[in-house]
Design a protein around this ligand. Structure first.
Ligand SMILES: [Zn+2]
Length: 139
């Protein structure tokens, strides 16, 4: 008679035993499949398929913004020595644009102020004209 070690609790069991006498582990059956592992694999596969599907979809629908285009951009950045310089020039450009916008806003405000001034001047002139007409009628 041989003894069999239970793989789960390490208890000695008779080799005839189907189940461990201590923990009821099934000694003769196949080791149970690890469900958690299988679920993880399934989730992983689904994620990979979903990612691939998304990338393919983007590539088909929006080739401009797809993987190929992005890889080209990455390649350009990696193989460009002066990309920092270029970044700085872009930054300077955006700074210039910002300042121009501020200038533009100032000019707009000035124009609005001048419009108001002109409107007021026209009103004053109209009032003066009415007064003059009244005087003319009296004559
Ligand atoms: Zn056991």
């Amino acid at each position: 008679m041989e003894n069999v070690l239970c793989p789960r609790c390490q208890a000695d069991n008779h080799s005839d035993n189907t189940f461990c006498r201590i923990c009821d582990f099934h000694l003769k059956g196949k080791p149970p499949r690890r469900k958690g592992f299988i679920i993880l694999v399934v989730i992983f596969v689904i994620l990979i398929l979903a990612s691939a599907g998304t990338l393919i979809y983007i590539e088909m629908e929006y080739p401009k913004y797809g993987l190929v285009k992005r890889l080209k951009v990455v390649k350009e950045v990696l193989f460009q020595n002066d990309w920092i310089e270029q970044h700085n020039s872009y930054y300077n450009l955006s700074e210039k644009i910002r300042l121009k916008k501020i200038e533009l806003d100032k000019l707009k405000n000035e124009i609005e102020t001048k419009k108001d001034e002109r409107k007021n001047a026209i009103k004053r002139l109209e009032e003066r004209l009415k007064e003059l007409k009244k005087k003319l009628d009296k004559l």
